[in-house]
Unconditional design. Structure first.
Length: 529
């Protein structure tokens, strides 16, 4: 069935789905195969999923999975708005008891749920009645995540699988695991440069702003490196490692810390001194990141946290005489935060040129977000709100209800700037923005693609600004994300070629079997009988 014929079907609301060539092409490719669709944020993965729901609803029930409750609610609302299908249910484990869910599974035609809910109910769902299961954010189908056990069940029952993702990552073994777990037979990839996609992409200007590190900050960084060297020399009593701060990364220290913790379960004594030394190093590295990448305000906040830290690592840091000098310099210095000042200038220019502008600023740390909010809300015409995840430990966070309220206020124009952590990257239905600003680059290709995909949507042009502090981790993170994005596309192509070769061999094998049967005078029908 071609798409023109398909959209005339009564289970799609007329004039609700606008035809796009790449969506038609993808739909026709995936409709009868276990498929993974890789499509950048904002290009309509949900529309493709809804096409599949409408098509497959003729032959059985459907499960639509998404990793978060807000995303499930979004998909549920889209199904209700774009289709005329009945028996659509949204299920969350907390609000609906298992006995009641069992009844819903029996009468429902379409279930929208988190994977944890379906995994918990896997014993009460009759998978024989299902024709399609959709895995949104399919790159999560690895390890012990709930998607894995559900996918295994689907493959066992021969249920059609559709995986959706904006970016499956650049790690080949992880990608291969996703493909194998989902039983993928077909991969459809599109980028914004593909011929059938380009006509539908509004103009998106990406600008990288390189900021020179202030002299005062450079001077403090040299002194922080001396503290790091002291602790690396101390660490060498327990573990041989380079004493050069330039050759050691925070990631390496975190891995070493995990290794020490595993040893501590069996050993006693000096291993605990090693653990506290590594912890002290991680904190000092983090202070350096705050100072160089986030700005003096964030560094001052982190100094206060070190001062209040009652752990052995915190005490170890405070005893270091070089730290005392660094602390006093950071607390007393008053340089201009060049990154924050540039952010303010970019915002003022953008809002002066666009009357109904909407902007998302992505920042890595909540302390930085507070500093940004405090400053940009002083600008006339800017109404900014933070948008963060739920509380971690003793920290302040936002409940899902609070998150939904902020998004609604942003859609309605009460707020025109969101300053967001990574919670704003994936899934949540944030309206199209006229600009996205990365307060710092991220080393992940997935996150980089998801962030920039928050602008230039719905036919409207957009701008992307990426702020990079010269000489900080920002530079390394930026080039890392670019390298990983290129690598990701190469890895997907490699997997796609592998799958196509396997499919071709399968077809050739089947043809040979059929040829042998014809020669022997036995038809396929005879073998079935």
């Amino acid at each position: 069935m071609e798409f023109d014929e398909f959209i005339e079907m009564e289970n799609i609301v007329p004039n609700k789905i606008i035809k796009r060539d790449y969506q038609i092409n993808i739909f026709n490719s995936i409709k009868n195969k276990n498929s993974l669709v890789v499509l950048p944020t904002g290009l309509g993965k949900t529309i493709i999923a809804i096409m599949m729901v409408a098509y497959k609803s003729r032959s059985g029930k459907i499960i639509f999975l998404a990793p978060t409750k807000p995303l499930c609610e979004q998909h549920y609302n889209s199904l209700k708005e774009l289709t005329t299908l009945e028996g659509i249910f949204l299920i969350t484990g907390e609000k609906t008891k298992k006995d009641k869910r069992k009844d819903i599974y029996k009468k429902a035609n379409i279930i929208v749920a988190t994977p944890q809910t379906i995994e918990n109910d896997i014993d009460i769902i009759d998978f024989e009645n299902y024709s399609l299961v959709i895995f949104d954010e399919a790159h999560r189908t690895v390890g012990n995540y709930a998607y894995v056990s559900i996918a295994r069940k689907c493959v066992g029952y021969g249920i059609c699988i559709l995986g959706l993702t904006a970016s499956p990552g650049s790690d080949y073994s992880r990608l291969k695991e996703v493909i194998e777990n989902l039983g993928i037979e077909n991969i459809e990839v599109r980028t914004e440069d593909d011929r059938d996609v380009k006509p539908y992409i509004p103009e998106r200007k990406i600008r990288w702003k390189i900021i020179d590190m202030p002299v005062e900050i450079k001077s403090i960084v040299v002194k922080i490196d001396e503290i790091i060297k002291d602790f690396l020399i101390e660490l060498n009593k327990y573990y041989k490692i380079s004493a050069s701060p330039r050759r050691i990364t925070k990631k390496m220290l975190l891995e070493l810390q995990n290794r020490f913790h595993l040893r501590a379960e069996k050993e006693k004594g000096s291993i605990y001194n090693a653990i506290s030394t590594v912890s002290a190093l991680i904190k000092i590295y983090h202070l350096k990141e705050m100072l160089t990448s986030q700005g003096i305000e964030s560094a001052k906040i982190y100094i206060k946290k070190i001062e209040e830290d009652k752990s052995k690592a915190g005490k170890k840091i405070r005893k270091n005489p070089k730290y005392i000098r660094v602390k006093n310099e950071i607390l007393n210095i008053k340089p201009v935060n060049q990154k924050l000042e540039l952010t303010k200038r970019i915002l003022m220019k953008h809002f002066s040129e666009k009357e109904n502008a909407r902007v998302i600023i992505f920042a890595e740390y909540r302390d930085t977000i507070d500093a940004i909010i405090n400053e940009i809300n002083k600008i006339k015409g800017i109404r900014a709100s933070k948008f963060i995840g739920q509380a971690k430990g003793s920290g302040n966070g936002m409940s899902q209800d609070e998150q939904k309220k902020i998004i609604k206020l942003f859609k309605d124009g009460f707020y025109n700037v969101l300053v967001s952590t990574s919670i704003g990257e994936e899934g949540i239905d944030i309206p199209a923005t006229s600009m996205v600003l990365f307060y710092e680059p991220v080393p992940s290709a997935i996150r980089h693609i998801q962030r920039r995909g928050r602008t230039a949507r719905g036919g409207l042009p957009g701008e992307v600004y990426i702020l990079i502090m010269r000489g900080s981790r920002d530079e390394a993170y930026y080039w890392s994300s670019k390298r990983k994005e290129k690598k990701m596309l190469l890895q997907i192509k490699k997997l796609k070629d592998m799958i196509e070769k396997v499919a071709l061999k399968r077809e050739e094998r089947n043809e040979k079997i059929e040829e042998k049967r014809r020669i022997s005078g036995q038809s396929t029908l005879d073998t079935w009988i």
